[in-house]
Design a protein around this ligand. Structure first.
Ligand code: ADP
Length: 189
């Protein structure tokens, strides 16, 4: 199973990614988590990524692409993977296409979690109190939404045209949304 999971900031990608990946027995690869681990570990990659993340901007494609390429080539990703938060730009879509071609495989589906953006700002501000992510201030959240709308929302159409899009309503209890994802994947032709 090879899936990508898309959605605006706060739509619950990370939470759903873990459950869905476990269900299919594949690793959940979250670019946001990998960047945050590098920031915490003060690696060179982390230091480079942090200034973009703290501003709500995307990390440059070259950096992100190289990181994902390394990750999907690890042995645990051979049976499949779920990409959480990648691709996020059209250039990343092209790069992922290349990676998949090199691996001699293809995507099974692109799941898009949909949610009202004002609702998401509320969610993220609540999460900020719990997790203390430095990019969860209202100003940065709004910027992340703008960047998503400009750069990532167009990917929905790309995957729709390829017949891979699975759209799921992301508002509701975690379990409810998970069940919607499974149902939608099952009925996907
Ligand atoms: P969210 O979707 O809630 O904003 P993520 O944890 O997925 O959070 O990502 C956090 C940040 O990491 C992004 O705002 C961005 O700076 C960086 N990032 C994650 N994935 C990518 C990507 N595919 N391309 C560029 N930057 C990324």
């Amino acid at each position: 199973m090879r899936l990508i999971l898309m959605g605006p900031p706060g739509a619950g990608k990370g939470t759903q990614a873990k459950v869905v990946a476990e269900h299919f027995g594949v690793p959940a690869i979250s670019t946001g988590d990998i960047f945050r681990a590098n920031v915490a570990g003060r690696t060179e990659l982390g230091q480079e990524a942090q200034r973009y993340m703290d501003a709500g901007e995307y990390v440059p494609d070259e950096i992100t692409n190289a990181m994902v390429r390394d990750r999907v080539n690890l042995p645990d990703a051979e049976p499949g993977f779920l990409l959480d938060g990648y691709p996020r730009t059209l250039a990343q879509v092209d790069e992922l296409d290349d990676m998949l071609a090199e691996l001699g495989t293809k995507l099974d589906a692109a799941v898009s979690l949909a949610a009202d953006q004002d609702e998401l700002v509320k969610r993220l501000l609540k999460r900020a109190e719990v997790e203390g992510r430095t990019d969860d201030t209202e100003e940065v959240i709004r910027r992340r939404q703008e960047v998503y709308n400009e750069q990532t929302a167009p990917l929905i159409k790309v995957y729709d045209e390829r017949g891979l899009l699975v759209e799921v309503d992301g508002i509701g209890e975690v379990d409810t949304v998970t069940q919607r994802i499974f149902d939608a994947l099952e009925t996907q032709d």
